[in-house]
Design a protein around this ligand. Structure first.
Ligand code: MLT
Length: 432
């Protein structure tokens, strides 16, 4: 029998009783566990509400890490030519291989994994690292246990909830049951004490970390690989920001001996080449990585991929191929250099205002601690209300992010300069 839900009253108009029809389909219990909407659309929602309230204000976004500068011409031209080719008999292609074209996989090996022993057949081209994260969670299924850095990119925890790996949410700890939150804050130099960490099946680790910008040293990554090996765990290493590194720390987990047996790496062209809208990423699954029963993980990942995905857009892949050409790589590094200068300006501003800042050296984000025990959403609201600047509240990256905000360097230079002036007016008189 179909159920009739509660009667709701519409208050905007004369009271009219409306009956809402409900199907008999039960709601996915994993979705009922979520405490809030996905983090980044919530920021966009608050940004739009602020703009509606103050239509005259000129908002500056240092919020979501969305690239702002045009895609280098050499790369855009390759996509244009590919798109045009689709209008010709000779240039038209339909479905490509789910794993992506051999030339692009070879190009990635040459550009980012030379001398690391990665074979092109271990690389899977995708529509972005976030989409690969959910495919990886599907690969592991609901029965595994997982650990994630706290704070970290919210998609790791949310996709774990989505596939049913977690228990409910515990308001006292602000954590989902069954997930191991690895505190990575200034107090522990942004690296967990592995000797105190319980074993989990998977370990999500992002370096340079989003949001803190902290980068693991070679020694720390050696420890992490040894820890995974000892416990028979699999590391999912997110290197989406590796191209921003100035320090001489590893850019890929495969720089660490033994990582091929315990680690998957996922990455993206989004922050590398301004592909947040174009959509292109990749995941590396080494042939040596095995499940408990000895079966190769790569075989199952390929199965998941072929079932859920028909390959990245052929136009995006043409752009990706241009990115890994020598001309493309030069253009990319120039653009990354531009954002790095933005980051430097932002960090210097917060430093000059007396804030405790982190990151900014190896990632396009500055991580700023606010004094007292202010909630990060309150800080976000204050900066939005008083300076018309959108930031990102640290709490959205996990309970460990409370008391911090993240400022993104993805913005036009004049907006960065304007933002620094507004921040100086807002906080210049206070001692932080
Ligand atoms: C961020 O702001 O952390 C990222 O840009 C969001 C994303 O990559 O999905």
């Amino acid at each position: 029998t179909r159920r009739r839900a509660a009667v709701t009253k519409c208050t905007a108009e004369p009271l009219v009783e409306k009956t809402i029809y409900s199907t008999s389909v039960r709601r996915n219990t994993n979705l009922t566990k979520f405490q809030a909407p996905y983090f980044f659309p919530e920021i966009s929602r608050r940004m739009a509400a602020h703009q509606r309230k103050h239509p005259e204000s000129k908002l500056i976004s240092l919020g979501i890490g969305d690239t702002s500068e045009p895609i280098p011409e050499v790369i855009a031209r390759a996509m244009e030519q590919r798109a045009h080719g689709l209008s010709t008999l000779k240039g038209y292609t339909g479905y490509g291989s789910e794993q992506g074209p051999k030339e692009l996989r070879e190009g990635l090996v040459k550009a980012f994994y030379s001398d690391l022993g990665i074979d092109k057949d271990e690389i899977f081209i995708s529509d972005g690292a976030k989409c690969d994260v959910i495919r990886l969670q599907l690969l592991f299924g609901p029965d595994v246990t997982m650990a994630a850095q706290d704070p970290s990119y919210p998609a790791y925890v949310d996709t774990s909830v989505l596939v049913g790996q977690t228990q409910g949410y515990y308001p006292d700890t602000q954590q989902y049951g069954k997930i191991v939150y690895m505190k990575c804050l200034p107090e522990n130099n942004f690296f967990p004490d592995l000797s105190k960490m319980p074993r989990t099946d998977t370990i999500f680790f992002c370096s340079p970390n989003n949001p803190t910008g902290a980068t693991a040293t070679r020694k720390q990554l050696e420890e992490l690989v040894a820890f995974a090996k000892k416990n028979g765990s699999i590391i999912i290493y997110d290197s989406a920001y590796a191209i921003y590194m100035s320090d001489d720390h590893p850019k890929s987990i495969y720089e660490i001996p033994g990582a091929r047996e315990v680690a998957i790496e996922t990455s993206s062209f989004s922050k590398v080449a301004g592909f947040t809208g174009v959509r292109l990423g990749w995941t590396v699954v080494p042939a040596e990585l095995r499940f408990q029963d000895g079966s190769p993980v790569i075989k199952d990942f390929n199965r998941v991929l072929c079932t859920t995905f028909n390959g990245a857009s052929n136009i995006s892949q043409a752009g990706g191929l241009a990115c890994v050409s020598s001309e493309g790589l030069e253009a990319i590094h120039k653009m990354v250099g531009f954002y790095k200068e933005n980051t430097r300006i932002l960090k210097e501003t917060f430093d000059s205002l007396g804030f405790e800042t982190y990151g900014g050296q190896n990632a396009p984000y500055v991580w700023i601690r606010f004094p007292g025990s202010q909630s990060s959403w309150n800080i976000f609201d204050e900066i939005l209300e008083k300076a018309d600047i959108v930031t990102t509240p640290g709490r959205g990256f996990g309970p460990g992010g409370e008391g911090f905000i993240r400022a993104s360097a993805f913005a036009h230079r004049e907006d960065i300069i304007e933002a620094t002036q507004r921040l100086k007016s807002l906080y210049g008189g206070k001692s932080n």
